[in-house]
Design a protein around this ligand. Structure first.
Ligand code: ADP
Length: 227
């Protein structure tokens, strides 16, 4: 954990890009809670709570669960995060434009809007490959071939359009998530440390979106051969 101003991060990434893994890395590094809506929902399903029973079919089919359910969860989790220092890394929200606006509103009400929207970028073939590999290991009910395709489609139709919105708000960082998880994690932490050094210094000034996805070489990769 590093000391300094607390971080508030939300992640926008397709299924299989590594939100869960990198969310945990970010949470540990900055000493902030990792709020993963997918995990919270799966926990309800496993405990067979009324909420779990209401969302199970959505999860199994790879469809989004209704906004109100997720947003109630987010509100509660952010209120808890407020009590433990105010930082957070949100993993799995927002997934729609409506959720993006609502999450921003909740953040405003609690005085804890996100400092950084982190986008993990990877192509569909790689994502499918990873999700199928995970299916063999973990047996998650939504990691079947058909459901994986549906989740990717939902991502492209509903979630990806959010990216432009955060770009306009100037809190956007894109990282190339095609590389091994430890490299991606190092790049994310380096980017977030840089962001942290100025987000709290000039919070009212418009910030520019940052695209690091072409900068692998700066983080220890071999440069691409020049033609
Ligand atoms: P992945 O990104 O790998 O698909 P998650 O664990 O983030 O996995 O989410 C799993 C499922 O939980 C989603 O397919 C969806 O059904 C549900 N879910 C999670 N977050 C949300 C959300 N913000 N809005 C609606 N549904 C959600």
């Amino acid at each position: 954990m590093t000391k300094g101003p607390m971080m508030r991060v939300l992640m926008v990434a397709p299924p299989g890009a590594g939100k869960g893994t990198q969310g945990a890395v970010i949470a540990t590094h900055f000493g902030i809670p990792h709020i993963a809506t997918g995990d919270l929902l799966r926990d309800h399903v496993a405990r067979r709570t009324p909420l779990g029973q209401a969302v199970q079919a959505h999860l199994d089919q790879g469809e989004l669960v209704p906004d109100e359910i997720v947003l109630d969860m987010v509100r509660e989790a952010l209120a808890d995060a407020a009590a433990t220092g105010g930082g957070y890394v949100l993993d799995g929200v927002p997934r729609t434009m409506a959720q993006a606006r609502a999450t921003y509103q909740i953040g405003l009400e609690l005085g804890m809007t996100a400092d950084v929207a982190l986008h993990l970028k990877a192509d569909d073939r790689e994502l499918e490959r990873r999700l199928l590999a995970r299916a063999a290991l973990e047996g998650r009910s939504d990691d079947t071939e058909e459901t994986i395709r549906r989740r990717l489609r939902v991502y492209h139709e509903l979630t990806h359009p959010i990216v432009a919105w955060y770009g306009d708000r100037g809190i956007f960082v894109t990282v190339d998530a095609m590389r091994p998880a430890d490299q991606v994690g190092r790049e994310i932490l380096a980017a977030l440390e840089v962001m942290r050094s100025f987000v709290h210094r000039s919070p009212d000034q418009p910030r520019r979106a940052v695209d690091l996805s072409g900068l692998g070489a700066a983080f220890g990769e071999l440069p691409a051969p020049t033609p």
